[in-house]
Ligand binder design. Structure first.
Ligand code: ADP
Length: 152
């Protein structure tokens, strides 16, 4: 059998949003396995606890056996090697995302030549959703349920 096509979707996911869910579900039909990798960095304070977010993402994809969730604290290029992922998955909402993602993709190519970055353009109904805004809404007791695929 040919090598499995494994896509790694790294991010802060603080929190994981319906925009992220859309990217993962679309990738699920393109790849043999999709690994959602939640970054944690002891120096960077998170708003939502990492363990809570892992639980919520697992719950979101409970019916999808090809989707896995892990945490990481290392270079994504090395993480991809460790998990034998040939593809790095990222989502694009706008030109600001593009500028940022373009430079990361160049560095990742330099660090791991066999890793191909694959971009999916956001679905229009999720283009406005950002983790930063959800954190603000949540902080001031607003209802974030329209933006996340789970109860929080
Ligand atoms: P990071 O801190 O690595 O940028 P994020 O959790 O903010 O992590 O985002 C992870 C990936 O998801 C990035 O590629 C980002 O552009 C993409 N993304 C974020 N929000 C959306 C959305 N609403 N629709 C599609 N992609 C998105």
């Amino acid at each position: 059998m040919a090598d499995k096509r494994i896509a790694l979707f790294p991010g802060s996911f603080d929190p994981f949003t319906k925009g992220h869910q859309d990217i993962v579900l679309r990738a699920n039909s393109l790849f043999d396995e999709v690994i959602v990798a939640v970054g944690h960095n002891s120096k960077k304070q998170r708003y939502f606890e990492i363990d809570l977010m892992i639980d919520k993402i697992n719950e979101t994809f409970a019916d999808h056996p090809k989707i896995r969730v892990i945490t990481y604290n290392e270079l994504t290029a090395s993480l991809a090697k460790k998990y034998k992922a040939g593809y790095l998955l990222r989502g694009l909402r706008n030109t600001t995302d593009f500028e940022y993602e373009n430079s990361i993709a160049q560095v990742n190519r330099y660090l791991n030549e066999s890793l191909e970055t694959v971009f999916l353009i956001t679905s229009p109904e999720f283009a406005h959703i950002s983790s930063t805004i959800i954190r603000e809404v949540h902080k001031y007791d607003g209802d974030v349920s329209p933006f996340v695929p789970y109860e929080i």
